[in-house]
Write a protein that binds this ligand. Structure first.
Ligand code: GAR
Length: 203
């Protein structure tokens, strides 16, 4: 841990809708961490993959249309100071964004602003990157703003597109890079330490 890291621990909430692999990677990375603790993982899908994973963090279900205020109150009660969207595919309520200015982050499996926005999720993203003949795709970690996949970019890492790539193979390679990058970028943001080197990202 760098010498200039802050002493107090920051409590992080994770939001997940998908298979939960990023949420699991974040929870594992911060297990026993000196300066970041995981308050829990919140999911809007009862069948979300995160529920089937062995994770050392409480998992909470909620309905975005109904529980927006309750979740925010829960976070306040638990002392949550930052939120990481890890494959969370619903639009985030403005009240949540306003409660965590510059401390709510999202990961997207493309080099934004390319292949982002409404409808760009799952294999649609990787299909679009292959169709447009990109030499590189990759990942973007950014602050959450009112619009999908917009907001100040914190980190990007390029992943080469290979000649034989299918949407599935490209997705799998980028996901591996996400698992490496997201916890490290969150750590840098929350502990105010240097960003990881994008060249060290597994490809
Ligand atoms: C990840 O590739 C993440 O970048 C993406 O959803 C996947 C979730 O996988 N997020 C978005 O597309 C947000 N616009 P996971 O559930 O295995 O972490």
């Amino acid at each position: 841990m760098p010498l200039n890291a802050p002493k107090a621990s920051t409590s992080l909430a994770i939001l997940a809708s998908g298979t939960g692999s990023n949420a699991a990677a974040i929870a594992e990375y911060f297990q026993g961490h000196n300066f970041v603790s995981i308050a829990g993982i919140w999911t809007n899908r009862p069948e979300a993959g995160i529920k089937k994973r062995e994770i050392n963090a409480p998992i909470h279900g909620f309905l975005p249309e109904k529980d927006e205020t309750r979740v925010l109150a829960e976070w306040k009660k638990l002392g949550v100071e930052a939120v990481a969207l890890a494959g969370y595919l619903k639009k985030v309520p403005l009240a949540w964004i306003e409660a965590f200015p510059g401390r709510m982050f999202n990961i997207h499996p493309a080099l934004l602003p390319k292949f982002g926005g409404k409808g760009m999720y799952g294999l649609h993203i990787h299909r679009a990157a292959l169709t447009s003949g990109e030499a590189f795709s990759g990942l973007t970690i950014h602050e959450v703003s009112k619009e999908y996949d917009e907001g100040t970019i914190s980190f990007q890492c390029r992943v080469p597109v290979e000649e034989r790539d299918t949407p599935e193979t490209l997705q799998a390679r980028i996901l591996k890079a996400e698992h490496w990058a997201y916890p490290r970028v969150l750590e840098a943001q929350l502990c105010q330490t240097p960003m990881p080197n994008p060249l060290s990202c597994p490809k």
